[in-house]
Ligand binder design. Structure first.
Ligand code: BGC
Length: 270
């Protein structure tokens, strides 16, 4: 994949949960497009450092910073370090997320709180810290038309109910209105807020759903496009939403799901 390295030149990006999967691909794609990138990680420090190393050896700029996005003090410390190192933030990719699956009746409060805390509250805290800086700095016309861009990582499960994953689907449904309400409130300040809603993408979070031929064949029944997605499918969408190419796109969700939300069960009529 090739981008103009000038697309996001001079811009500073933070990608949460960037030590693997969709976050990693987003960080790598943003760096290829010319942004300096903070690779946030929770526990996978070495993986994050490897990504930073790769980006730097390809001529880009990156730093790894550890923080649990569900913890306000850790998020604030991460932003402070980012501002010390990079001066400001132009792009936030609110990506960190996890699953703790169980039948509804067995779902513990701890697993409910963990998923809502990271997937939803974590996006709120990071977005609020980014917005403070966007408002302080305002638009820098030589860098971007916007004062700042936020991309929220949602899921097809912001609209598709998901038995056995009630905490996760609830967090993603929440992200939809978090994103839209922020977009509505902040548009006058030239801040753009959008979501990407991935379908099934080959990452650690869902390995069991695609790593055997039987599992993959079953999964493909849900994907009209006939292939399971790869992290770069999402990274490319993130770059577009972060760039001025999408300047008139605000408060929307870009589904990158190979058609998973097209009710494939109805493909042959009924
Ligand atoms: C989940 C994956 C799942 C996909 C499609 C994603 O949001 O994290 O585990 O494969 O949705 O169901």
């Amino acid at each position: 994949m090739s981008y103009s390295p000038y697309l996001l030149k001079g811009q500073k990006a933070l990608v949460t949960g960037a030590s693997s999967g969709i976050g990693e691909a987003s960080a790598r794609c943003l760096a290829k497009a010319g942004a300096a990138v903070i690779v946030n990680y929770h526990s996978e420090k070495e993986e994050a450092q490897k990504i930073v190393h790769d980006i730097i050896s390809e001529g880009g700029e990156a730093i790894a910073i550890g923080a649990n996005v569900a913890k306000e003090d850790e998020v604030k410390a991460m932003f402070e370090q980012m501002f010390r190192e990079f001066g400001t933030i132009d792009i936030l990719v609110n990506n960190a997320g996890l699953q703790k699956d169980s039948p509804f009746v067995d779902m513990t409060l701890d697993n409910w709180n963990l998923v809502i805390g990271v997937n939803l509250t974590g996006q709120f805290i990071c977005a609020r810290e980014a917005v403070k800086e966007f408002l302080r700095r305002g638009v820098k016309p030589d860098i971007s038309c916007a004062a700042g861009k936020i991309i929220c990582m949602s899921s097809v499960h912001q609209v598709i109910p998901w038995a056995g994953h009630v905490n996760y689907a609830t967090s993603k449904g929440g992200i939809d209105l978090l994103m839209k309400s922020m977009a509505q409130e902040l548009a006058p300040q030239k801040i753009r807020v959008n979501s990407v809603a991935p379908g099934a993408i080959k990452t650690q979070i869902n390995t069991a759903a695609w790593n055997t031929p039987e599992a993959e064949a079953k999964l493909l029944q849900l994907i009209p496009s006939g292939r399971v997605g790869v992290p770069e499918d999402i990274g490319k969408a993130v770059v577009w939403l972060a760039s001025d190419d999408s300047d008139y796109v605000n408060g929307t969700t870009l589904f990158v799901d190979g058609g998973m939300t097209l009710y494939p069960g109805f493909a042959k009529g009924g």
